[in-house]
Design a protein around this ligand. Structure first.
Ligand SMILES: [Fe+2]
Ligand SMILES: [Fe+2]
Length: 260
């Protein structure tokens, strides 16, 4: 006889969780065509030039992030060994490729801004060139994707009844799976990791931490007028994010990267 659901949950290993996320990701896979392209405007206040440029710069930044995410997820798929991890990362590569398709289709008809976040690029390269699988999973999925979820919630709230808002809603769900699977896999990888490996990963997180702050504060010229007005709110969010990161990382038995 199968144990009751509550006990089955307690008995789950991190790799069992990863397999569950593989099935969940398949179930939730969606189509970019389904975002309401013919029913809704692409972005809020699409008839005003200033707002078209503003939202385009938001989209450009997400496009940049998902261009890096496709590469990072592919690196992980090639690197992982466990059967559950191979299955799971196959779905994550597909998700990130779908995100890239969505952002590209949103970006194409909107004005060119040409602004790229240099700190995001540096963080992406750090993940890509990561010496250990552990540091790649923690920086990319536990930290970066974990913090992206709230940002997508924010976009979804401010862009209701637009294609951008529909896309952000899907990304909240996808990146919740990406983040939770990363936490589960990091638990598996770090469970019996040597003190030297944990020290190495903690060191990488210390280097990653200031880059994340620069990235969070970076605003392209197209958004500088609003950034000034939002400064206090953005700084408060950044403080909350630092606490979130410290908590997530110490839960994995690593050193907190931010001095708070
Ligand atoms: Fe993504
Ligand atoms: Fe993701």
């Amino acid at each position: 006889m199968k144990p009751p659901v509550s006990q089955r949950r307690v008995a789950r290993t991190p790799l069992d969780k990863l397999e569950r996320y593989y099935h969940q990701a398949q179930r939730y896979a969606w189509d970019v065509d389904s975002l309401g392209w013919d029913e809704h405007p692409l972005v809020p206040r699409a008839d005003a030039d200033r707002w078209r440029v503003f939202w385009k710069s938001v989209i450009d930044q997400q496009l940049q992030a998902d261009r890096l995410a496709v590469e990072a997820a592919t690196k992980l798929l090639l690197r992982v060994q466990e059967r559950e991890a191979k299955l799971y990362y196959g779905t994550m590569v597909q998700d990130e490729a779908r995100h890239l398709e969505g952002w590209t289709r949103l970006a194409d008809p909107l004005p060119e801004t040409g602004d790229e976040d240099p700190y995001l690029e540096q963080m992406g390269q750090m993940v890509m060139d990561g010496e250990t699988l552990e540091e790649q999973v923690v920086t990319f999925q536990v930290i970066f994707e974990g913090l992206a979820i709230d940002a997508f919630r924010d976009i979804a709230r401010s862009a209701e009844a637009t294609v951008l808002g529909a896309m952000a809603d899907q990304l909240v769900r996808d990146d919740s799976i990406h983040h939770n699977s990363g936490v589960a896999y990091a638990e598996h990888l770090l469970d019996d990791a040597s003190p030297a490996l944990k020290k190495h990963v903690s060191g990488v997180l210390k280097e990653f931490a200031p880059l994340y702050i620069e990235h969070a504060r970076w605003r392209p010229p197209a958004r500088s007028w609003l950034a000034r007005r939002m400064k206090a709110r953005d700084e408060a969010q950044l403080e909350r994010n630092k606490h979130t990161v410290n908590e997530a990382v110490t839960d994995l038995g690593l050193d907190p990267p931010y001095d708070l």
